[in-house]
Design a protein around this ligand. Sequence first.
Ligand code: PMP
Length: 439
Amino acid sequence: MSVKHEQSARAFREAKNFIPGGVNSPVRSFGAVGGVPPFIARAAGSKIIDIDGNEYIDYVGSWGPMILGHAYPAVTEALQQAVLNGTSYGAPTLLETELAKLINELMPSMELVRMVNSGTEATMSALRLARAFTGRNKILKFVGCYHGHHDSLLVKAGSGAATLGIPNSPGVPDSIAGNTLTVAYNDITELRSVFAEMGQDIAAVIIEPVAGNMGLVLPKQGYLGAVRQLTEQYGALLIFDEVMCGFRVALGGAQSVYGVKPDLTCLGKVIGGGLPVAAYGGRRDIMEHIAPAGAVYQAGTLSGNPLAMTAGIVTLKLISQIPETPRQPDFFHKLTAKTKQLCQGLQAQAAKFELKLQFHQAGSMFGLFFSDKAVDDYDSAKQSDAGAFNTYFHAMLEQGVYLAPSQFEASFMSAAHTDEDIAATIAASAIAFARVADY
Ligand code: PMP
């Protein structure tokens, strides 16, 4: 394919005149890998097309939401119908209850659900609720987990914050960051000792049960269960941030895979089908403290927006399709199998060049680390070779494969990716890994 980026380069220069850094979310700027980010003109199925006319097989999927692929006909048709009825009313609709009900059926721990517009809002609101409910101020998060950019959680965060080296952003008051305790992911001993010291002050533990913001890192066997046990013992709430992994690792989220029931869950991405939706919810006795049922204030002009609800409803219905025959694999089995097929193909290519890589997969999320050591927390993730990743990333991009432009991000498979896409990606990886081996 042609790899001309002239239009994108011009657009990026122009954007920088009017938008900080030329982008509306930092990781889009390719700050970690260098070069010009392709400006996207349109997308369909598994492909995105930039303004220079380059077509890419897309494994970013808008950072997770596009599980059905781009411009999925049933979603776009429902949106076309919905838009004719008006785009926002600021008044209740049937659609909001329908989406909340669907979420509750798929994730029964979410007894009451409140819709918001971004994952940041969901985690921010869940923390306020946890503090109000417990009457405690401290919260505990894990190094390398990212939960959005509000003050309490922009502390030792992953994702773009990790990539850009600003886990503690200027502008976050010490008085707020000081209430956020951080502990290494997957280290139950460290967590136990923090609880032993100040467990009575901790309102909530918030965790990505499958972490996608330091690259893809899986919880160790028994780890989430131990976190659940400790929070219960000390009367702290357990918040699962499933904004990324919910409806990605399995239909019931990580909580169904690991059999651990959190008090509160945050969702986003897939539940909006590509429109701005997120949600938090959980135990009825806790959620009933949210206004107007209770005194904890949280609101939103566009929350529960009818277009966003429509996209979410259609998406959740499609991904929860029941197989017509018992032997027919369901949506998630197929998607997971496809992701495995890709990972195995990539692994086989890497092996040819004797590259020592760590491949991780959870459902339709996958990631690789250029490291010869096991990666199970942020420290080990950071030890991977950033230069090798950049070489690999650009070699893939040149060949029409669009991966997340950072080592500290997961990649996503969609239902729209075909066997041909997977074969083309594996073929491209042979060239990319050869370059890494030479680098
Ligand atoms: N939590 C997790 C686990 C996330 O991955 C993200 C975003 N990638 C967020 C929260 C924040 O969501 P948003 O970008 O919609 O604010």
